[in-house]
Write a protein that binds this ligand. Sequence first.
Ligand SMILES: [Zn+2]
Length: 596
Amino acid sequence: MSAPVLTAVAWPYANGPRHIGHVSGFGVPSDVFSRYQRMAGNRVLMVSGTDEHGTPILVQADKEGLTPRQTADKYSRMIAEDLRGLGMSYDLFTRTTTGNHYQVVQEIFLALHRNGYVTARTTTGAVSPSTGRTLPDRYIEGTCPICGYDGARGDQCDNCGNQLDAAELVNPRSRINGEKPEFVETEHLFLDLPAFTETLGKWLTTRTDWRPNVLNFTRNLVDDMRPRPITRDLDWGVPVPLDGWRDQPLKRFYVWFDAVIGYFSASVEWARRSGDPDAWKAWWTDPKAQGHYFMGKDNITFHAQIWPALLLGHNGAGDKGGAPGAFGELNLPDDIVSSEFLTMSGSKFSTSRGTVIYVNDFLREFGPDTLRYFISVAGPETQDTDFTWEEFVRRTNFELANEWGNLVNRSVAMAAKNVGAVPAPVAPTAEDEQLKSLARGAFDVVGGHLARSRFRAAATEAMRVVSAANKYLSDQEPWKRKDDPERRDTILHTALQVVSDANTLLTPFLPHSAQRVHELLGGSGVWAAQPELRDVEDLDVPGREYPILTGDYAAEQASWESREIQPGTPLSKPSPLFSKLDPALGETGPEWAPIS
Ligand SMILES: [Zn+2]
Protein backbone atom coordinates (compact mmCIF):
# COMPACT_ATOMS: atom_id res chain seq x y z
CA MET A 1 0.00 0.00 0.00
CA SER A 2 1.44 3.27 -1.06
CA ALA A 3 1.67 6.01 1.55
CA PRO A 4 2.98 9.60 1.44
CA VAL A 5 6.28 9.78 3.36
CA LEU A 6 7.89 13.14 4.12
CA THR A 7 11.63 12.95 4.74
CA ALA A 8 12.57 16.24 6.40
CA VAL A 9 16.34 16.59 6.57
CA ALA A 10 18.07 19.10 8.88
CA TRP A 11 19.30 22.24 7.08
CA PRO A 12 23.09 22.61 6.89
CA TYR A 13 24.31 26.09 7.79
CA ALA A 14 25.85 27.94 4.84
CA ASN A 15 28.97 29.36 6.49
CA GLY A 16 31.50 26.76 5.37
CA PRO A 17 31.93 23.34 3.75
CA ARG A 18 30.38 20.33 5.49
CA HIS A 19 32.47 17.67 7.22
CA ILE A 20 31.75 13.98 7.56
CA GLY A 21 30.42 14.51 11.11
CA HIS A 22 27.60 16.64 9.69
CA VAL A 23 26.54 14.16 7.04
CA SER A 24 26.65 11.26 9.48
CA GLY A 25 23.96 13.05 11.51
CA PHE A 26 21.47 14.48 9.05
CA GLY A 27 22.70 13.21 5.68
CA VAL A 28 23.29 9.54 5.05
CA PRO A 29 20.58 8.21 7.42
CA SER A 30 17.89 10.34 5.74
CA ASP A 31 18.88 9.17 2.28
CA VAL A 32 19.09 5.48 3.17
CA PHE A 33 15.61 5.83 4.67
CA SER A 34 14.18 7.66 1.64
CA ARG A 35 15.63 5.24 -0.88
CA TYR A 36 14.17 2.31 1.02
CA GLN A 37 10.75 3.98 1.24
CA ARG A 38 10.68 4.63 -2.51
CA MET A 39 11.75 1.04 -3.24
CA ALA A 40 8.95 -0.15 -0.93
CA GLY A 41 6.46 1.71 -3.15
CA ASN A 42 5.78 4.76 -0.98
CA ARG A 43 5.50 8.31 -2.31
CA VAL A 44 8.50 10.08 -0.80
CA LEU A 45 9.02 13.82 -0.57
CA MET A 46 12.57 14.51 0.64
CA VAL A 47 13.29 18.18 1.28
CA SER A 48 15.90 20.45 2.81
CA GLY A 49 18.24 23.28 1.88
CA THR A 50 20.89 25.58 3.25
CA ASP A 51 20.16 27.67 6.34
CA GLU A 52 21.43 31.13 5.43
CA HIS A 53 20.41 33.78 7.95
CA GLY A 54 21.80 34.79 11.34
CA THR A 55 24.95 36.28 12.79
CA PRO A 56 27.44 33.52 11.83
CA ILE A 57 26.79 34.28 8.13
CA LEU A 58 27.57 37.95 8.81
CA VAL A 59 30.73 37.04 10.71
CA GLN A 60 31.90 34.76 7.89
CA ALA A 61 31.06 37.43 5.29
CA ASP A 62 33.14 40.02 7.17
CA LYS A 63 36.01 37.55 7.39
CA GLU A 64 35.99 36.94 3.65
CA GLY A 65 35.21 40.50 2.55
CA LEU A 66 31.93 39.38 0.98
CA THR A 67 28.31 40.45 1.40
CA PRO A 68 26.08 38.09 3.39
CA ARG A 69 24.32 37.09 0.17
CA GLN A 70 27.62 36.34 -1.61
CA THR A 71 28.69 34.23 1.36
CA ALA A 72 25.42 32.30 1.35
CA ASP A 73 25.62 31.86 -2.46
CA LYS A 74 29.14 30.50 -2.21
CA TYR A 75 28.51 27.95 0.53
CA SER A 76 25.03 26.94 -0.61
CA ARG A 77 26.47 25.80 -3.94
CA MET A 78 29.45 24.13 -2.28
CA ILE A 79 27.21 22.21 0.12
CA ALA A 80 24.77 21.23 -2.64
CA GLU A 81 27.68 19.83 -4.66
CA ASP A 82 28.89 17.78 -1.67
CA LEU A 83 25.42 16.37 -1.09
CA ARG A 84 24.98 15.55 -4.78
CA GLY A 85 28.31 13.72 -4.70
CA LEU A 86 27.16 11.74 -1.72
CA GLY A 87 24.04 10.66 -3.66
CA MET A 88 21.50 12.43 -1.42
CA SER A 89 18.25 11.88 -3.33
CA TYR A 90 16.44 15.11 -2.45
CA ASP A 91 13.25 15.96 -4.27
CA LEU A 92 14.21 19.51 -3.46
CA PHE A 93 17.30 20.89 -1.77
CA THR A 94 16.84 24.67 -1.74
CA ARG A 95 17.77 27.64 0.47
CA THR A 96 16.26 29.94 3.07
CA THR A 97 16.94 33.09 1.02
CA THR A 98 14.29 32.40 -1.65
CA GLY A 99 11.23 34.58 -2.23
CA ASN A 100 9.06 31.53 -1.61
CA HIS A 101 10.61 30.88 1.81
CA TYR A 102 10.13 34.51 2.87
CA GLN A 103 6.41 34.39 1.95
CA VAL A 104 5.76 31.06 3.67
CA VAL A 105 7.58 32.12 6.86
CA GLN A 106 5.52 35.30 6.99
CA GLU A 107 2.24 33.40 6.45
CA ILE A 108 3.05 30.94 9.25
CA PHE A 109 3.98 33.85 11.52
CA LEU A 110 0.73 35.71 10.77
CA ALA A 111 -1.33 32.67 11.75
CA LEU A 112 0.63 32.34 15.02
CA HIS A 113 0.13 36.05 15.66
CA ARG A 114 -3.62 35.99 14.87
CA ASN A 115 -4.06 33.02 17.19
CA GLY A 116 -2.38 34.88 20.06
CA TYR A 117 0.82 32.87 20.35
CA VAL A 118 3.17 35.83 19.78
CA THR A 119 3.82 38.53 22.38
CA ALA A 120 5.95 41.69 22.26
CA ARG A 121 8.40 42.46 25.09
CA THR A 122 11.03 45.02 25.84
CA THR A 123 14.41 43.47 26.57
CA THR A 124 18.01 44.55 27.03
CA GLY A 125 20.15 43.70 24.05
CA ALA A 126 23.80 44.18 23.19
CA VAL A 127 24.38 46.14 20.01
CA SER A 128 27.55 46.81 18.06
CA PRO A 129 27.96 50.62 18.07
CA SER A 130 29.73 50.55 14.68
CA THR A 131 27.15 48.49 12.78
CA GLY A 132 23.98 48.83 14.81
CA ARG A 133 23.56 45.06 14.71
CA THR A 134 22.64 42.87 17.63
CA LEU A 135 25.55 41.07 19.18
CA PRO A 136 24.37 37.65 20.28
CA ASP A 137 25.63 36.57 23.69
CA ARG A 138 28.13 34.13 22.30
CA TYR A 139 29.86 36.93 20.38
CA ILE A 140 30.52 38.90 23.54
CA GLU A 141 33.31 38.12 25.97
CA GLY A 142 34.64 39.73 29.12
CA THR A 143 35.59 39.12 32.73
CA CYS A 144 33.37 36.77 34.73
CA PRO A 145 31.68 38.72 37.58
CA ILE A 146 31.71 35.53 39.71
CA CYS A 147 35.21 34.02 39.37
CA GLY A 148 37.17 36.77 37.64
CA TYR A 149 38.10 34.62 34.60
CA ASP A 150 38.84 36.92 31.66
CA GLY A 151 37.57 34.75 28.80
CA ALA A 152 33.94 34.38 29.89
CA ARG A 153 31.33 34.38 27.10
CA GLY A 154 28.15 36.41 27.19
CA ASP A 155 26.05 33.32 27.88
CA GLN A 156 28.32 31.42 30.27
CA CYS A 157 31.70 31.23 31.95
CA ASP A 158 33.72 28.22 30.83
CA ASN A 159 35.94 28.54 33.91
CA CYS A 160 33.36 28.35 36.71
CA GLY A 161 30.49 27.01 34.60
CA ASN A 162 27.95 29.65 35.70
CA GLN A 163 25.26 30.88 33.31
CA LEU A 164 25.72 34.58 32.71
CA ASP A 165 23.90 37.52 31.24
CA ALA A 166 26.07 39.51 28.81
CA ALA A 167 25.16 42.76 30.61
CA GLU A 168 26.81 41.41 33.83
CA LEU A 169 30.27 40.91 32.27
CA VAL A 170 33.03 43.21 33.53
CA ASN A 171 34.77 44.90 30.60
CA PRO A 172 32.57 43.35 27.88
CA ARG A 173 33.87 43.36 24.29
CA SER A 174 32.80 42.09 20.89
CA ARG A 175 34.58 38.93 19.73
CA ILE A 176 34.07 40.13 16.17
CA ASN A 177 35.95 43.42 16.32
CA GLY A 178 36.89 44.01 19.97
CA GLU A 179 34.65 47.05 20.48
CA LYS A 180 32.63 47.62 23.63
CA PRO A 181 29.00 46.67 23.05
CA GLU A 182 26.21 49.06 23.91
CA PHE A 183 23.32 47.71 25.96
CA VAL A 184 20.04 49.15 24.82
CA GLU A 185 16.34 48.58 25.40
CA THR A 186 14.83 46.94 22.38
CA GLU A 187 11.43 45.51 21.56
CA HIS A 188 11.19 41.92 20.37
CA LEU A 189 8.54 39.37 19.52
CA PHE A 190 8.38 36.17 21.54
CA LEU A 191 6.80 32.81 20.84
CA ASP A 192 4.56 32.13 23.84
CA LEU A 193 5.85 28.61 24.51
CA PRO A 194 4.09 28.32 27.91
CA ALA A 195 0.82 28.48 25.92
CA PHE A 196 1.63 25.01 24.55
CA THR A 197 2.29 23.33 27.90
CA GLU A 198 -0.92 21.27 27.86
CA THR A 199 -1.27 20.49 24.17
CA LEU A 200 2.41 19.88 23.44
CA GLY A 201 2.77 17.86 26.64
CA LYS A 202 -0.20 15.71 25.69
CA TRP A 203 1.14 15.16 22.19
CA LEU A 204 4.57 14.21 23.51
CA THR A 205 3.10 11.50 25.73
CA THR A 206 1.83 9.76 22.58
CA ARG A 207 5.35 9.62 21.08
CA THR A 208 6.42 6.30 22.56
CA ASP A 209 8.27 4.84 19.55
CA TRP A 210 10.98 7.52 19.23
CA ARG A 211 14.65 6.67 19.69
CA PRO A 212 15.66 6.59 23.39
CA ASN A 213 17.91 9.67 23.05
CA VAL A 214 14.95 11.72 21.79
CA LEU A 215 12.54 10.35 24.39
CA ASN A 216 15.00 11.13 27.19
CA PHE A 217 15.33 14.64 25.90
CA THR A 218 11.59 15.27 25.76
CA ARG A 219 10.72 13.66 29.10
CA ASN A 220 10.55 16.83 31.21
CA LEU A 221 10.52 19.30 28.39
CA VAL A 222 7.19 20.99 29.05
CA ASP A 223 7.77 21.53 32.79
CA ASP A 224 9.80 24.67 32.24
CA MET A 225 8.89 26.30 28.95
CA ARG A 226 9.63 30.01 28.66
CA PRO A 227 8.72 32.53 25.99
CA ARG A 228 11.34 32.39 23.26
CA PRO A 229 12.42 35.41 21.19
CA ILE A 230 11.66 35.03 17.49
CA THR A 231 13.13 38.37 16.32
CA ARG A 232 16.58 39.98 16.47
CA ASP A 233 18.05 43.39 15.77
CA LEU A 234 19.72 42.35 12.56
CA ASP A 235 19.62 43.49 8.94
CA TRP A 236 19.96 39.97 7.49
CA GLY A 237 16.85 37.80 7.69
CA VAL A 238 13.14 37.56 6.92
CA PRO A 239 11.27 40.84 7.64
CA VAL A 240 8.41 40.84 10.16
CA PRO A 241 5.10 41.40 8.30
CA LEU A 242 3.43 43.68 10.87
CA ASP A 243 2.78 47.40 10.82
CA GLY A 244 5.54 49.17 12.73
CA TRP A 245 7.92 46.23 12.12
CA ARG A 246 7.81 45.68 8.38
CA ASP A 247 9.86 48.77 7.49
CA GLN A 248 12.41 48.62 10.30
CA PRO A 249 15.67 47.64 8.61
CA LEU A 250 17.09 46.13 11.79
CA LYS A 251 14.16 43.94 12.87
CA ARG A 252 14.26 40.45 11.36
CA PHE A 253 13.09 37.01 12.37
CA TYR A 254 15.60 35.03 14.38
CA VAL A 255 17.40 32.50 12.18
CA TRP A 256 16.05 29.44 14.02
CA PHE A 257 12.47 30.60 13.49
CA ASP A 258 12.70 30.86 9.72
CA ALA A 259 14.96 27.81 9.28
CA VAL A 260 12.64 25.34 11.01
CA ILE A 261 9.76 26.49 8.80
CA GLY A 262 11.99 25.50 5.86
CA TYR A 263 10.66 21.94 5.84
CA PHE A 264 7.27 23.27 4.94
CA SER A 265 8.38 26.10 2.64
CA ALA A 266 10.62 23.71 0.67
CA SER A 267 7.63 21.38 0.21
CA VAL A 268 5.60 24.31 -1.12
CA GLU A 269 8.44 25.31 -3.46
CA TRP A 270 8.75 21.73 -4.71
CA ALA A 271 5.01 21.69 -5.46
CA ARG A 272 5.14 25.04 -7.26
CA ARG A 273 8.03 23.80 -9.40
CA SER A 274 6.20 20.51 -10.12
CA GLY A 275 3.38 22.32 -11.92
CA ASP A 276 0.79 21.49 -9.25
CA PRO A 277 1.04 24.22 -6.57
CA ASP A 278 -1.15 22.19 -4.17
CA ALA A 279 0.86 18.96 -4.48
CA TRP A 280 2.49 19.55 -1.04
CA LYS A 281 -0.86 18.81 0.65
CA ALA A 282 -0.45 15.03 0.25
CA TRP A 283 2.45 15.17 2.75
CA TRP A 284 1.21 17.94 5.07
CA THR A 285 -2.56 17.75 5.41
CA ASP A 286 -3.37 14.08 4.70
CA PRO A 287 -3.61 12.33 8.10
CA LYS A 288 -2.24 9.13 6.49
CA ALA A 289 1.04 10.86 5.61
CA GLN A 290 4.12 10.08 7.71
CA GLY A 291 6.65 12.79 8.58
CA HIS A 292 10.17 11.63 9.45
CA TYR A 293 12.75 14.22 10.58
CA PHE A 294 16.52 13.58 10.54
CA MET A 295 19.14 15.52 12.49
CA GLY A 296 22.10 15.48 14.88
CA LYS A 297 21.38 15.42 18.61
CA ASP A 298 22.17 19.12 19.06
CA ASN A 299 19.01 19.83 17.09
CA ILE A 300 16.43 17.76 18.98
CA THR A 301 14.88 20.74 20.74
CA PHE A 302 13.89 22.44 17.48
CA HIS A 303 12.22 19.32 16.11
CA ALA A 304 10.64 17.78 19.19
CA GLN A 305 9.54 21.00 20.89
CA ILE A 306 9.73 24.22 18.86
CA TRP A 307 8.52 23.01 15.46
CA PRO A 308 5.57 21.06 16.89
CA ALA A 309 4.67 24.17 18.94
CA LEU A 310 4.80 26.37 15.84
CA LEU A 311 2.59 23.92 13.97
CA LEU A 312 0.10 23.68 16.84
CA GLY A 313 -0.03 27.48 17.02
CA HIS A 314 -0.46 27.82 13.26
CA ASN A 315 -3.23 25.21 13.35
CA GLY A 316 -4.98 27.03 16.19
CA ALA A 317 -4.50 23.93 18.32
CA GLY A 318 -2.35 25.25 21.20
CA ASP A 319 -3.70 25.85 24.72
CA LYS A 320 -5.32 29.13 23.61
CA GLY A 321 -7.08 27.58 20.62
CA GLY A 322 -7.54 29.59 17.43
CA ALA A 323 -8.11 28.84 13.77
CA PRO A 324 -5.83 27.23 11.16
CA GLY A 325 -3.77 29.60 9.00
CA ALA A 326 -3.83 29.99 5.23
CA PHE A 327 -2.30 26.55 4.66
CA GLY A 328 -4.94 24.64 6.65
CA GLU A 329 -4.17 22.16 9.42
CA LEU A 330 -0.59 20.95 9.02
CA ASN A 331 0.72 17.57 10.19
CA LEU A 332 3.02 17.33 13.19
CA PRO A 333 6.16 15.13 12.97
CA ASP A 334 5.74 11.38 13.33
CA ASP A 335 9.32 10.32 13.91
CA ILE A 336 12.29 12.36 15.13
CA VAL A 337 15.41 10.45 14.13
CA SER A 338 18.38 11.95 15.90
CA SER A 339 21.93 10.67 15.58
CA GLU A 340 24.61 11.13 18.20
CA PHE A 341 27.96 12.68 17.25
CA LEU A 342 30.68 11.30 15.04
CA THR A 343 33.85 12.26 16.90
CA MET A 344 37.56 12.20 16.24
CA SER A 345 39.90 11.16 19.07
CA GLY A 346 36.93 11.55 21.39
CA SER A 347 36.10 15.17 20.46
CA LYS A 348 33.58 16.72 18.13
CA PHE A 349 34.88 17.52 14.67
CA SER A 350 36.28 21.02 14.83
CA THR A 351 37.66 23.24 12.10
CA SER A 352 39.56 25.35 14.62
CA ARG A 353 41.28 22.36 16.26
CA GLY A 354 42.16 20.85 12.90
CA THR A 355 40.19 17.67 13.61
CA VAL A 356 38.01 17.79 10.57
CA ILE A 357 37.50 15.72 7.41
CA TYR A 358 35.56 17.54 4.70
CA VAL A 359 33.00 15.63 2.65
CA ASN A 360 34.47 16.98 -0.56
CA ASP A 361 37.99 15.66 0.20
CA PHE A 362 36.61 12.34 1.30
CA LEU A 363 34.48 11.85 -1.82
CA ARG A 364 37.31 12.77 -4.14
CA GLU A 365 39.54 10.07 -2.71
CA PHE A 366 37.17 7.29 -1.65
CA GLY A 367 33.87 7.84 -3.49
CA PRO A 368 30.45 8.04 -1.85
CA ASP A 369 29.51 4.42 -1.11
CA THR A 370 32.37 3.58 1.25
CA LEU A 371 31.40 6.58 3.41
CA ARG A 372 27.68 5.79 3.20
CA TYR A 373 28.38 2.22 4.27
CA PHE A 374 30.71 3.22 7.09
CA ILE A 375 28.19 5.71 8.52
CA SER A 376 25.34 3.19 8.24
CA VAL A 377 27.09 0.23 9.82
CA ALA A 378 29.56 1.92 12.19
CA GLY A 379 28.19 5.45 12.61
CA PRO A 380 26.82 7.29 15.65
CA GLU A 381 23.29 5.83 15.44
CA THR A 382 22.84 5.34 19.18
CA GLN A 383 26.01 6.71 20.82
CA ASP A 384 28.91 9.05 20.10
CA THR A 385 31.29 7.14 17.86
CA ASP A 386 34.91 7.82 17.03
CA PHE A 387 35.89 7.91 13.38
CA THR A 388 39.20 6.14 12.86
CA TRP A 389 40.95 5.46 9.57
CA GLU A 390 41.75 1.99 10.85
CA GLU A 391 38.08 1.11 11.17
CA PHE A 392 37.23 2.76 7.86
CA VAL A 393 39.92 0.74 6.06
CA ARG A 394 38.85 -2.45 7.83
CA ARG A 395 35.17 -2.03 6.89
CA THR A 396 36.01 -1.11 3.31
CA ASN A 397 38.53 -3.90 2.74
CA PHE A 398 36.90 -6.76 4.61
CA GLU A 399 33.20 -6.08 4.21
CA LEU A 400 32.86 -4.17 0.94
CA ALA A 401 35.84 -5.46 -1.08
CA ASN A 402 36.41 -9.00 0.32
CA GLU A 403 32.85 -9.99 1.14
CA TRP A 404 30.49 -8.13 -1.16
CA GLY A 405 32.77 -7.15 -4.06
CA ASN A 406 34.32 -10.59 -4.18
CA LEU A 407 30.95 -12.37 -4.18
CA VAL A 408 29.75 -10.27 -7.12
CA ASN A 409 33.02 -10.64 -8.93
CA ARG A 410 33.52 -14.36 -8.75
CA SER A 411 29.87 -15.20 -9.41
CA VAL A 412 29.66 -13.03 -12.53
CA ALA A 413 33.19 -13.91 -13.70
CA MET A 414 32.63 -17.69 -13.49
CA ALA A 415 29.28 -17.50 -15.26
CA ALA A 416 30.71 -15.17 -17.93
CA LYS A 417 33.69 -17.44 -18.52
CA ASN A 418 31.84 -20.77 -18.55
CA VAL A 419 28.47 -19.85 -20.03
CA GLY A 420 28.72 -16.25 -21.24
CA ALA A 421 25.28 -15.64 -19.79
CA VAL A 422 23.10 -16.27 -16.72
CA PRO A 423 23.02 -20.09 -16.62
CA ALA A 424 19.79 -22.08 -16.38
CA PRO A 425 19.35 -24.15 -13.19
CA VAL A 426 18.81 -27.90 -13.34
CA ALA A 427 17.39 -29.81 -10.35
CA PRO A 428 18.27 -27.45 -7.46
CA THR A 429 19.35 -29.14 -4.23
CA ALA A 430 18.25 -28.40 -0.66
CA GLU A 431 21.38 -26.23 -0.20
CA ASP A 432 20.46 -24.15 -3.25
CA GLU A 433 16.89 -23.65 -2.05
CA GLN A 434 18.04 -22.85 1.47
CA LEU A 435 20.32 -20.03 0.34
CA LYS A 436 17.69 -18.56 -1.99
CA SER A 437 15.08 -18.64 0.73
CA LEU A 438 17.47 -16.96 3.20
CA ALA A 439 17.90 -14.11 0.70
CA ARG A 440 14.14 -13.82 0.02
CA GLY A 441 13.41 -13.85 3.74
CA ALA A 442 15.83 -10.98 4.33
CA PHE A 443 13.55 -8.49 2.55
CA ASP A 444 11.07 -8.39 5.42
CA VAL A 445 13.76 -8.29 8.09
CA VAL A 446 15.97 -5.62 6.51
CA GLY A 447 12.93 -3.62 5.37
CA GLY A 448 11.49 -3.74 8.89
CA HIS A 449 14.71 -2.26 10.30
CA LEU A 450 14.92 0.42 7.60
CA ALA A 451 11.31 1.51 8.09
CA ARG A 452 12.23 2.20 11.74
CA SER A 453 15.55 3.89 10.89
CA ARG A 454 17.62 1.10 12.42
CA PHE A 455 20.40 1.35 9.89
CA ARG A 456 23.10 -0.63 11.61
CA ALA A 457 20.82 -3.64 12.13
CA ALA A 458 19.55 -3.39 8.55
CA ALA A 459 23.04 -3.27 7.00
CA THR A 460 24.21 -6.10 9.23
CA GLU A 461 21.28 -8.33 8.18
CA ALA A 462 21.87 -7.58 4.49
CA MET A 463 25.55 -8.46 4.87
CA ARG A 464 24.56 -11.75 6.53
CA VAL A 465 23.08 -12.82 3.19
CA VAL A 466 26.37 -11.92 1.49
CA SER A 467 28.38 -14.00 3.98
CA ALA A 468 26.05 -16.96 3.57
CA ALA A 469 26.43 -16.79 -0.22
CA ASN A 470 30.23 -16.69 0.07
CA LYS A 471 30.16 -19.72 2.35
CA TYR A 472 27.83 -21.51 -0.08
CA LEU A 473 30.26 -20.94 -2.97
CA SER A 474 33.19 -22.18 -0.87
CA ASP A 475 31.22 -25.29 0.10
CA GLN A 476 29.84 -26.02 -3.39
CA GLU A 477 33.09 -25.28 -5.26
CA PRO A 478 31.59 -24.65 -8.71
CA TRP A 479 35.15 -24.19 -10.04
CA LYS A 480 35.75 -27.93 -9.44
CA ARG A 481 32.66 -29.06 -11.41
CA LYS A 482 34.11 -29.19 -14.90
CA ASP A 483 32.79 -32.75 -15.30
CA ASP A 484 29.29 -31.84 -14.20
CA PRO A 485 28.31 -28.63 -16.05
CA GLU A 486 24.64 -28.98 -15.06
CA ARG A 487 25.51 -28.89 -11.36
CA ARG A 488 28.02 -26.09 -11.95
CA ASP A 489 25.41 -24.02 -13.77
CA THR A 490 22.84 -24.60 -11.05
CA ILE A 491 25.30 -23.42 -8.39
CA LEU A 492 26.18 -20.33 -10.45
CA HIS A 493 22.51 -19.59 -11.11
CA THR A 494 21.83 -19.78 -7.37
CA ALA A 495 24.78 -17.52 -6.58
CA LEU A 496 23.72 -14.95 -9.18
CA GLN A 497 20.14 -14.93 -7.90
CA VAL A 498 21.42 -14.20 -4.40
CA VAL A 499 23.80 -11.53 -5.74
CA SER A 500 20.76 -9.89 -7.35
CA ASP A 501 18.77 -10.07 -4.09
CA ALA A 502 21.67 -8.84 -1.96
CA ASN A 503 22.17 -5.98 -4.38
CA THR A 504 18.56 -4.92 -3.90
CA LEU A 505 18.95 -5.18 -0.12
CA LEU A 506 22.12 -3.05 -0.22
CA THR A 507 20.80 -0.45 -2.70
CA PRO A 508 19.67 2.10 -0.05
CA PHE A 509 23.19 2.03 1.45
CA LEU A 510 25.24 1.66 -1.75
CA PRO A 511 23.17 3.23 -4.55
CA HIS A 512 26.15 3.96 -6.83
CA SER A 513 27.67 0.49 -6.74
CA ALA A 514 24.17 -1.03 -6.87
CA GLN A 515 23.76 0.57 -10.30
CA ARG A 516 27.01 -1.13 -11.38
CA VAL A 517 25.95 -4.54 -10.04
CA HIS A 518 22.65 -4.15 -11.89
CA GLU A 519 24.65 -3.65 -15.10
CA LEU A 520 27.09 -6.48 -14.31
CA LEU A 521 24.06 -8.77 -14.04
CA GLY A 522 23.08 -7.74 -17.57
CA GLY A 523 20.53 -5.07 -16.60
CA SER A 524 20.18 -1.74 -18.37
CA GLY A 525 18.56 1.58 -17.55
CA VAL A 526 18.47 3.36 -14.20
CA TRP A 527 18.47 1.03 -11.19
CA ALA A 528 19.11 3.64 -8.47
CA ALA A 529 18.55 7.26 -9.52
CA GLN A 530 20.93 10.03 -8.46
CA PRO A 531 20.23 13.69 -7.69
CA GLU A 532 21.12 16.43 -10.15
CA LEU A 533 22.24 19.98 -9.48
CA ARG A 534 20.20 22.43 -11.56
CA ASP A 535 20.34 26.20 -11.71
CA VAL A 536 16.83 27.58 -11.49
CA GLU A 537 15.22 31.00 -11.32
CA ASP A 538 13.70 32.22 -8.09
CA LEU A 539 9.93 31.81 -8.43
CA ASP A 540 9.23 35.20 -6.87
CA VAL A 541 12.32 37.38 -7.29
CA PRO A 542 12.89 38.10 -10.99
CA GLY A 543 16.47 37.74 -12.18
CA ARG A 544 17.76 35.80 -9.19
CA GLU A 545 19.13 32.30 -9.87
CA TYR A 546 20.28 29.59 -7.51
CA PRO A 547 21.25 25.91 -7.60
CA ILE A 548 18.88 23.22 -6.35
CA LEU A 549 19.18 19.46 -6.01
CA THR A 550 16.38 17.39 -7.43
CA GLY A 551 15.96 14.15 -9.38
CA ASP A 552 13.73 11.88 -11.39
CA TYR A 553 13.39 9.07 -8.87
CA ALA A 554 10.21 7.68 -10.40
CA ALA A 555 12.37 6.49 -13.31
CA GLU A 556 14.39 4.07 -11.20
CA GLN A 557 13.80 0.32 -11.42
CA ALA A 558 14.87 -0.67 -7.92
CA SER A 559 11.98 -2.07 -5.91
CA TRP A 560 11.97 -3.86 -2.59
CA GLU A 561 11.46 -7.44 -3.73
CA SER A 562 13.35 -10.42 -5.08
CA ARG A 563 13.51 -10.30 -8.89
CA GLU A 564 14.05 -13.58 -10.71
CA ILE A 565 17.17 -13.43 -12.85
CA GLN A 566 16.61 -14.54 -16.43
CA PRO A 567 18.72 -17.44 -17.80
CA GLY A 568 20.34 -16.48 -21.08
CA THR A 569 20.98 -12.84 -20.11
CA PRO A 570 24.47 -12.12 -21.52
CA LEU A 571 27.25 -11.54 -18.96
CA SER A 572 30.76 -10.26 -19.47
CA LYS A 573 33.92 -10.29 -17.36
CA PRO A 574 33.50 -7.79 -14.49
CA SER A 575 36.00 -5.28 -13.16
CA PRO A 576 36.24 -5.07 -9.34
CA LEU A 577 33.33 -3.40 -7.56
CA PHE A 578 35.46 -1.93 -4.73
CA SER A 579 39.21 -1.46 -4.74
CA LYS A 580 41.03 -2.43 -1.59
CA LEU A 581 42.63 0.39 0.35
CA ASP A 582 46.28 0.30 1.35
CA PRO A 583 46.32 -1.01 4.94
CA ALA A 584 48.96 1.62 5.78
CA LEU A 585 46.16 4.17 5.33
CA GLY A 586 44.60 2.71 8.47
CA GLU A 587 47.58 3.89 10.52
CA THR A 588 48.08 7.36 9.09
CA GLY A 589 45.02 8.34 7.08
CA PRO A 590 45.54 10.16 3.77
CA GLU A 591 48.06 12.98 3.67
CA TRP A 592 45.41 15.71 3.65
CA ALA A 593 43.54 14.44 6.69
CA PRO A 594 44.28 14.73 10.39
CA ILE A 595 45.45 11.59 12.17
CA SER A 596 42.73 10.06 14.29
ZN1 LIG B 1 33.46 32.38 36.05
